[in-house]
Design a protein around this ligand. Structure first.
Ligand SMILES: C[S@@+](CC[C@H](N)C(=O)[O-])C[C@H]1O[C@@H](n2cnc3c(N)ncnc32)[C@H](O)[C@@H]1O
Length: 249
């Protein structure tokens, strides 16, 4: 009985601590399901219809030559201010278009965890790395709710053209925040939804306001800045607040 009472006391104390911690992620608002665009998923999050994810059959599009001028990938990587030795996540890495560029910057003392949900994309990525002789990348097959990255480890996580197609955006953000070190940065690169001239389907673009609204559900993250010096995309940077506990996943 005495033992039972002390266990109960510890449990109640722990529950009270959890309830009192303002930095624990808020519960997600319900996802909604209703009729949407002809090419949408019909699943909605905070008034945004989630897009279908890009099939691995589209991998050659990710490697198209025009991407250099349309997206300026080297300018993007230098805007991230990566340093040798950094541990970086590339979530939704696809064929590895950004992975190998970041791997070169973080160098042999650093590491890039290249995640995707499609095993075929991971296979493309492995070939891409092999051809370039890159050895500091760890490919990770994730799920749509968990990128399977190590907790409290990463200096930066990058998602290029990915977040709008995550079918569980709240769960993914919670687990990516767990994976960041305190002070680590979470970076979303999305085609600018504010600009109609950008020739990308509407569900595959995002406005800065929408991304910030969705991140506001995660009290462990603070908005840092929105860089718009790429030809067509936002670089939206958030930071994990210092000294915050991991979520109880
Ligand atoms: C348009 S591609 C972009 C690939 C890469 N970031 C690039 O810029 O070349 C989107 C990728 O995100 C992946 N993806 C979609 N939802 C995901 C999720 N929840 N977790 C990880 N990857 C996801 C898809 O499988 C696809 O490879």
């Amino acid at each position: 009985m005495k033992h039972f009472l002390s266990v109960l006391l510890i449990f109640t104390g722990w529950m009270a601590l959890q309830a009192a911690d303002p930095l624990q992620p808020n519960p997600p608002p319900n996802y909604e399901y209703h009729q949407g665009s002809f090419d949408g998923t019909g699943k909605w999050f905070l008034d945004r219809e989630i897009a279908h994810f890009m099939s691995h059959q589209g991998a050659p599009w990710l490697e198209r030559e025009e991407r250099e001028t349309e997206e300026a990938p080297n300018r993007l990587v230098s805007a991230l201010s990566l340093k040798p030795g950094y541990q970086v996540g590339d979530v939704g890495a696809g064929s590895g278009y950004l992975t190998w560029r970041m791997a070169r910057v973080v160098g042999p003392t650093g590491k890039v965890y290249a995640n995707d949900i499609q095993p075929e994309m991971i296979a493309f990525l492995r070939t891409n790395l092999l051809v370039r002789g890159i050895t500091n990348v760890i490919p990770v097959l994730g799920t749509t709710t968990d990128p399977r990255l190590p907790d409290n480890t990463l200096d930066l996580i990058l998602l290029v053209d990915v977040y709008h197609e995550c079918d569980h955006p709240w769960e993914m953000t919670r687990r990516m925040t767990d994976a960041l070190k305190p002070g680590g940065r979470l970076v979303f690169v999305e085609y600018r939804g504010e600009e109609r001239w950008i020739p990308i389907k509407p569900l595959h673009k995002m406005t800065a306001t929408q991304v910030r609204k969705e991140m506001a559900l995660h009290p462990r993250l603070a908005f840092v800045e929105n860089l718009t010096n790429l030809p067509r995309q936002h670089i939206l940077i958030f930071q994990k607040k210092p000294s915050v506990p991991a979520s109880s996943h």
